[in-house]
Design a binder for this molecule. Structure first.
Ligand SMILES: *[C@@H]1O[C@H](CO)[C@@H](O)[C@H](O)[C@H]1NC(C)=O
Ligand SMILES: *[C@@H]1O[C@H](CO)[C@@H](O)[C@H](O)[C@H]1NC(C)=O
Ligand SMILES: *[C@@H]1O[C@H](CO)[C@@H](O)[C@H](O)[C@H]1NC(C)=O
Length: 189
């Protein structure tokens, strides 16, 4: 009897998880051409030392257009370890924990790697329009430095044209950058 109750409770919990899966921009951006100005940003150690760069732009892939973050090592004796990036629609409460990264990768190349964030990895709120507008970009990387590793936090490059800010006063070394996307509905010729 007990086992049955536990099983029922468990399957209800699983169903609930499936139902509450957050919507993404995949549906909203289907048949929509979108683009954005590129974001130039740096990855800095907590003390401000430059470790690398991350550049975000929109690329055309077979199945859809996607955001592409290219991570590049800049410092001496460094190589890429772990890569993290995330995009969410603006206006949602900003995630502060690990859930701000919607894409993760272990580096397989030492100096430069790309990571694509397609619309199905961009969580959104209730409105479809939220995908065509302001998007928040998070990025982070762990660099290997000899036997140790060093964390690289997102910070705007001097020449960036996008707006970046510090969402958590307690972590003044960590930025989030707002990327503006432009959408145009594709009409058949
Ligand atoms: C800053 O941090 C990096 C990475 O931990 C370290 O290699 C570098 O020596 C530090 N620089 C200063 C000025 O403390
Ligand atoms: C890089 O590593 C080499 C070999 O371990 C060392 O000789 C050199 O001083 C290091 N350079 C820097 C800038 O840390
Ligand atoms: C910003 O500077 C970087 C490094 O010099 C350069 O590659 C990039 O094209 C510049 N971006 C803009 C928007 O000027």
């Amino acid at each position: 009897m007990m086992r049955v109750i536990i099983l029922v409770a468990l399957s209800l919990a699983l169903l609930d998880m499936a139902w509450s899966a957050p919507p993404t921009c995949a549906d909203a951006l289907e048949g929509v051409f979108y683009d954005s100005k590129r974001l130039d940003a740096n990855l800095l150690a907590r003390n401000g030392t430059m470790l690398g760069t991350v550049i975000l732009s929109v690329v055309e892939r077979k199945e859809s257009r996607c955001f592409r973050a290219v991570f590049t090592v800049e410092g001496n004796n460094l190589s890429l370890g772990k890569l993290r990036a995330g995009i969410i629609t603006a206006g949602e409460p900003l995630p502060t924990g690990k859930n701000r990264f919607t894409k993760r990768k272990l580096a397989t190349a030492p100096l430069r790697m790309k990571m694509d964030i397609c619309p199905d990895r961009i969580p959104r709120g209730e409105s479809d329009f939220s995908c065509c507008g302001l998007l928040e970009f998070f990025a982070f990387a762990v660099f290997n430095q000899g036997e140790t590793s060093v964390r690289g936090y997102l910070a705007p490059a001097a020449n960036t044209t996008q707006k970046c800010r510090i969402p958590d006063e307690k972590k003044p070394f960590r930025y989030v950058c707002t990327v503006e996307s432009f959408c145009r509905i594709l009409t058949p010729d």
